[in-house]
Design a protein around this ligand. Structure first.
Ligand code: ADP
Ligand code: GLC
Length: 494
C-alpha cells in the first residue's frame, strides 16, 4: 500500500514540537509494517538545505478545475529528495516566494503568523491532493495521511476531485492539536481554489472564516488523534474548540491512536548525549546524569535533592504558569528545579526571576536545545507535565523510559500513559508516576508533595522507576493500528 505522509515538521531537520518527533518515528514505522511511504513537506530552508539529491517532478497544476479556479500560487513545483539518515523519499514543495524564509515555519521574526499563511499551506494541501491525482506519473498514493491544520486542505481538494467523478485516494487526517485551526478571511476562498458552495456551515466555514481544520475534519475519510482520551475530550463542548459538534457527527470515523517513542533517539542505554548509559537493571548512569544536570543548571550538587525537570514550549496549554506559585514550597522541602523552555515572554521572565530568587535551587534555560533536553529528561528525578490539555505528550513518555517519574495532570494522552502512585496502585505494582486533577497551584502541589513522600522511600521509588522503564510505547504498535485503518479504506473496502 502506497502512503503519502503530509506534514510540516521532521526531526532532526525541522522541529518546533512533538509533531516533528512523530513524523520521524511514525513514517519509518509505517514502512516497517509493510507500507510504501513517501513524505511531503514544504521546502523550508532547514529541510531543503540538507537534501542530498533533488530531482524535479512537476509544476503544481494551475488553471481551471472542474469546480472552479485552482489555487492562485506563485511559481511552485515539486521535487523528490533524499535526506541524510532517512530512508524514505521526500517530496518537497518548491515555492521560494512562500517558504524560503529563515526561522520558524509558521511565524515571522515578530512572533506573529506570516500574513500569507493561507496560501503557504494551501500550496502544501494542493501538492498533496494533486499527487493523489497522478502529479508524479511514477508514484501515486493509495492513502494520503495528513497531519494538523497545515495540511488540512488536502482532503478538501481530494473531495473536490471526487465530486468531479475523478478516482481519488483515501484520506486520513490526524489531529495533533485542535487548538491551532488555521483560520483565514472568507475573501480567501477563491484564491485558495476551494469550491465556493462549500463555504457554509456544512462545509469548511467556521464563524464566517475559512477553517483549514474544519475542512479536514469534514472531508477526510478518517480522523484520528494521538490518544484515546483526547479523542473523547475533543468530542465534548468543553474541549472541542467549537468543533465538537462536527466531531460527534463523525464519531464513527474518529479514533485515538497513541504516539510512540523513537528508540533510536530516546533510549538511556544507547543515548550518546548522556555521561554514561543506563537501563532499568543498572541505574548508576542515572546518578551521574543527575549530577551533570545539577552542574549544568547551577544547582547545588546534592544527591538527596528531589530534582524536578521540565522541557516544554511555554504556552497556556502546558500548565507551567502554575509552577512559579509552588516553587517556594518545593524549595523549602529540599527540592530543585531544572527548566528548559521558550515561548510566552511573561512566563519566561517569571522563571528567570525564580532562578535569581532561588540560586542553587532553581536553574532555568530559555531557548530550544536538543542536547539540554536530553540532559533534563535523564538527569531529573521527576518530569513535570501539568498541562491544561495534552493531545498525547511525549516528554512524559521519555521520562518513563529514562526512570524520571512523570508528574502530570489527568488529561489527554497524559491520562492514558501515566498511572498514579496511589497506595492501591503501588500495592498492586501498576504505579508509574504522579497524577493530579485540579488545574490550580494547590492541585499541582498535592502531586508534588506525594513525589516528596515517595522519594523518602527509596525502594518503592526504584520499583516505580523500573516499572516505567520497562514499558514500551512502540511506534511499530501505533503503525499497526494505522495500517489496519488504511486497509479498511482501500478502494473497494470503503
Ligand atoms: P508539544 O508538541 O505540544 O510541544 P510534546 O510533548 O508532544 O509537546 O513534544 C515536545 C517535544 O519538543 C519533545 O520532543 C520535547 O523534548 C521537545 N521540546 C520542547 N521544548 C523544548 C526545548 N525548549 N528544547 C528542546 N526540546 C524541546
Ligand atoms: C501536539 C500536542 C502534543 C502531541 C504532539 C505530537 O504538539 O500538543 O500533545 O504529543 O502534537 O502528536
Amino acid at each position: 500500500m502506497k502512503v503519502l505522509y503530509v506534514c510540516t515538521e521532521l526531526f532532526p531537520f525541522l522541529k518546533t514540537g512533538g509533531l516533528a518527533d512523530v513524523s520521524a518515528g511514525l513514517a519509518p514505522a509505517l514502512q516497517a509494517v509493510g507500507c510504501e511511504v513517501r513524505l511531503l513537506l514544504p521546502a523550508f530552508p532547514a529541510i531543503a538545505n540538507q537534501a542530498l539529491s533533488t530531482r524535479p517532478i512537476a509544476s503544481l497544476p494551475a488553471g481551471p478545475m472542474p469546480w472552479g479556479p485552482a489555487p492562485v500560487l506563485p511559481p511552485a513545483g515539486l521535487t523528490l529528495a533524499t535526506l541524510p539518515g532517512l530512508e524514505l523519499p521526500v517530496y518537497l514543495v518548491q515555492a521560494p516566494a512562500l517558504y524560503d524564509r529563515p526561522g520558524n515555519p509558521y511565524l515571522g521574526p515578530d512572533g506573529k503568523d506570516w500574513s500569507d499563511n493561507a496560501i503557504r499551506f494551501a500550496a502544501l494541501g494542493w501538492a498533496g491532493a494533486t499527487l493523489g491525482q497522478g502529479l508524479d506519473p511514477h508514484w501515486r498514493p493509495d492513502v494520503i495521511h495528513c497531519h494538523d491544520w497545515h495540511s488540512g486542505l488536502t482532503p478538501t481538494y481530494v473531495r473536490a476531485f471526487a465530486a468531479a467523478k475523478q478516482a481519488t485516494p483515501a484520506t486520513v487526517f490526524t489531529i495533533h492539536n485542535l487548538a491551532y485551526q488555521g483560520l483565514f478571511a472568507a475573501a480567501e476562498v477563491t484564491r485558495l481554489g476551494l469550491p465556493k458552495s462549500w463555504f457554509d456551515i456544512d462545509g469548511f466555514e467556521f464563524f464566517g472564516k475559512v477553517s483549514f481544520m474544519k475542512a479536514a475534519l469534514r472531508y477526510a475519510d478518517r480522523i484520528t488523534t494521538v490518544s484515546p482520551t483526547y479523542a473523547r475530550e475533543i468530542s465534548s463542548e468543553a474541549q472541542g474548540c467549537g468543533l465538537d459538534g462536527l466531531l460527534r457527527e463523525r464519531a464513527n470515523s474518529l479514533s485515538g491512536i497513541l504516539n510512540g517513542v523513537d528508540d533510536l533517539i530516546w533510549n538511556p542505554a544507547t543515548d550518546a548525549l548522556l555521561p554514561a548509559p543506563y537501563d532499568e537493571h543498572k541505574l548508576q548512569g542515572k546518578t551521574l546524569a543527575k549530577r551533570a544536570l545539577q552542574t549544568k543548571f547551577g544547582l547545588e550538587p546534592r544527591a538527596d535533592a528531589l530534582v524536578f525537570g521540565a522541557v516544554s514550549r511555554l504556552t497556556e496549554q502546558k500548565g507551567l504558569h502554575l509552577l512559579p506559585q509552588v516553587l517556594a514550597d518545593m524549595v523549602q522541602r529540599g527540592g530543585q528545579l531544572a527548566l528548559l523552555g521558550q515561548g510566552d515572554v511573561a512566563l519566561e521572565r517569571a522563571f528567570v526571576d525564580a532562578a535569581i530568587r532561588y540560586p542553587g535551587q532553581v536553574g532555568v534555560r530559555i531557548g530550544y536545545d536538543e542536547v539540554t533536553a536530553h540532559a533534563v529528561i535523564a538527569g531529573a528525578d521527576v518530569i513535570l507535565v501539568p498541562s491544561e490539555f495534552e493531545p498525547c505528550g511525549l516528554t512524559q513518555l521519555y521520562g518513563l523510559r529514562y526512570g524520571t517519574l512523570p508528574l502530570v495532570r489527568r488529561v489527554g494522552g497524559l491520562a492514558d500513559t501515566v498511572v498514579d502512585c496511589t497506595l492501591e496502585n503501588l500495592d498492586e505494582g501498576s504505579a508509574t508516576g504522579f497524577v493530579f486533577d485540579e488545574l490550580s497551584p494547590a492541585g499541582l502541589l498535592s502531586a508534588v508533595r506525594r513525589a516528596f513522600v515517595l522519594f523518602r522511600r527509596p525502594d518503592e521509588w526504584l520499583a516505580v522507576q523500573q516499572r516505567g522503564m520497562g514499558l514500551r510505547f512502540d511506534w511499530l504498535a501505533s503503525a499497526q493500528h494505522y495500517l489496519a485503518m488504511y486497509q479498511t479504506l482501500r478502494p473497494g473496502a470503503k
